[in-house]
Design a binder for this molecule. Structure first.
Ligand SMILES: [Zn+2]
Length: 220
């Protein structure tokens, strides 16, 4: 977290942090959590505590007997999960949080943005996990996204700038998780473009008259 960035107000669910600490989140979701952790000291502490508890539990396991799984095997299993092994790092000059630098290089405005609508551009990030879309979003300053719901779950982490919607105001590091029950219409702050990481496990669906017009053409 940079010195001038206030601590985030919207955090992942504590159970998600425990899953992250256990290495049991799929890569795209782990990436979203790691990106939040880059901004959020409080959640980094929660993860560190969960890891300490997990380590203590492992240390208390009985020694392996015939046919039992031993501590070495358990540790080997823990090395394998799909979660991104990303330690939060000190900020550097680039405006891309550390966990994302494995996926994209350079400054946010210079990435290969693909224009989706007048006010929205995206960059797809590649992961090896089928069923998820991982993208960076750029919402133009002052622009409102079309009101939309999701067939699945969408997890968004603000990287730069900010937006507001029915769920509140979201600034750098803030996490929003929406499911099919939530229809929202994010509006970017007026003073600068808003950059987000968005992880979805199904395409979004537009609602309202604009949605009826755009749905056959737009999948963002
Ligand atoms: Zn947090």
């Amino acid at each position: 977290m940079t010195a001038h960035t206030p601590a985030p107000h919207h955090h992942p669910d504590p159970a998600v942090l425990v899953d992250y600490a256990a290495g049991s989140l799929r890569e795209p979701l782990a990436l979203a959590v790691a990106t939040h952790l880059w901004f959020c000291r409080a959640c980094r502490d929660t993860v560190a505590n969960a890891e300490a508890v997990g380590g203590a539990l492992l240390a208390a396991l009985p020694a392996a007997g015939d046919g039992d799984i031993g501590l070495a095997e358990v540790l080997a299993l823990l090395d394998e999960p799909a979660a991104v092994a990303v330690a939060p790092r000190a900020p550097v000059a680039a405006d891309i949080p550390g966990p994302l630098r494995h996926y994209v290089q350079g400054a946010l405005p210079a990435l290969p943005w693909r224009t989706t609508t007048k006010s929205l551009a995206t960059v797809d990030l590649t992961t090896d996990v089928p069923g998820y879309r991982v993208r960076l979003l750029r919402i133009a300053a002052g622009a409102a996204m079309p009101r939309h719901t999701h067939r699945g779950t969408e997890v968004t982490v603000v990287l730069k700038g900010g937006y507001s919607d029915e769920l509140g105001r979201f600034a750098p590091g803030d996490v929003a998780a929406t499911d099919p029950a939530v229809a929202h219409q994010p509006m970017a702050d007026a003073d600068q473009d808003c950059y987000c990481l968005a992880v979805t496990d199904a395409p979004v669906r537009l609602v309202g008259w604009l949605g009826l017009l755009l749905n056959p053409f737009v999948r963002f």
